[in-house]
Design a protein around this ligand. Structure first.
Ligand SMILES: NC(=O)c1ccc[n+]([C@@H]2O[C@H](COP(=O)([O-])OP(=O)(O)OC[C@H]3O[C@@H](n4cnc5c(N)ncnc54)[C@H](O)[C@@H]3O)[C@@H](O)[C@H]2O)c1
Length: 270
């Protein structure tokens, strides 16, 4: 499905860790749609080395940046504009991590230093991406910034612990900054609320495999894959969605509007 949707556009794609990452699929798709972009991830993630393979395929340069560090983000935009030859048209924030989840802490036993770390990495970093971009005037008019989120921001999922709070903040930042950046520069800011997806971040959540199957049986269309998500994200980067901003858009095969599905009820029939 190469339509040249992003022909002539420049961007920054964060969060590609390995070939399962949602950001990895977005990068492949953006390349196919004619965009040029830089790739970024936390310096520690570079050690895995997988991202070099993606960079080769996409003919993209990698700029290491810890998304919690403003200096790193300033360098990310400055170097991206230098490499790409001008301001960017799209930015993907595909970053999330909770030390509490990683270390198996229950919601009633959270470590608060780690909680702050979860919020810093998974939500505040989005504000930092936007604030730095505004101050450096790094995004063209009608540019598009997208962050990935999960429905635990609206409804409770016991295994999601402090990431639920982080995602609620992330979505709120999309609304608040979307208003500001829209008025200032006609830059759009949205979050995409994705189905459970088998990635490093997803699979790190306790009971993920069972929940993945449950969501798949609940959703009218089944779970949206990472490839499906990438298809959708590139439309948000394109000029075909110019008037969408400040939204949290469900990309979940209909899961969020299903009360219960016949398949799930059948599982309880004895
Ligand atoms: N997998 C799912 O089920 C699912 C569902 C909905 C939303 N999401 C969201 O999608 C996004 C991407 O996750 P994914 O599922 O592709 O998993 P992933 O593990 O492949 O990606 C997460 C990325 O965050 C990066 N990261 C962590 N700390 C960072 C830091 N300090 N600075 C810069 N980068 C940092 C990691 O290196 C990694 O590349 C996350 O925001 C996640 O919450 C995932």
């Amino acid at each position: 499905m190469a339509h040249g949707l992003l022909a002539g556009k420049r961007g920054i794609i964060s969060g590609a860790l390995d070939e399962n990452s949602i950001a990895w699929k977005v990068a492949l798709n953006a390349k196919k749609q004619g965009a040029i972009f830089t790739l970024t991830n936390a310096p520690i993630a570079m050690r895995m080395g997988e991202i070099n393979r993606l960079a080769d395929i996409c003919e993209a340069q990698i700029i290491p940046a810890d998304a919690t560090v403003v200096d790193d983000i300033e360098k990310l935009y400055a170097q991206s504009m230098d490499i790409l030859g001008g301001k960017v048209d799209f930015v993907l924030h595909s970053i999330g991590m909770s030390p509490n989840i990683r270390k198996g802490r229950q919601y009633g036993d959270l470590n608060y230093d780690w909680f702050l770390k979860s919020v810093d990495i998974s939500a505040l970093s989005f504000h930092k991406f936007l604030q730095v971009a505004e101050k450096m005037d790094a995004i063209n008019e009608w540019g598009s910034v997208v962050a990935l989120t999960y429905m635990a921001a609206q409804r409770t999922f016991p295994f999601y612990t402090d990431m639920a709070e982080a995602k609620a903040m992330l979505e709120s930042i999309a609304r608040s900054y979307g208003y500001r950046y829209g008025k200032l520069k006609k830059v759009r800011v949205n979050t995409v609320s994705q189905s459970p997806t088998k990635t490093t971040a997803g699979s790190g959540i306790g009971g993920f495999d069972k929940f993945y199957d449950y969501a798949d049986k609940m959703a009218a269309l089944g779970n949206a894959s990472a490839e499906d998500c990438a298809n959708f994200v590139v439309t948000l980067f394109s000029d075909y969605t110019r008037m969408i901003t400040m939204q949290n858009i469900m990309h979940d095969g209909g899961f969020s509007n299903v009360g219960v599905s016949a398949e799930i009820l059948n599982d309880f029939a004895s």
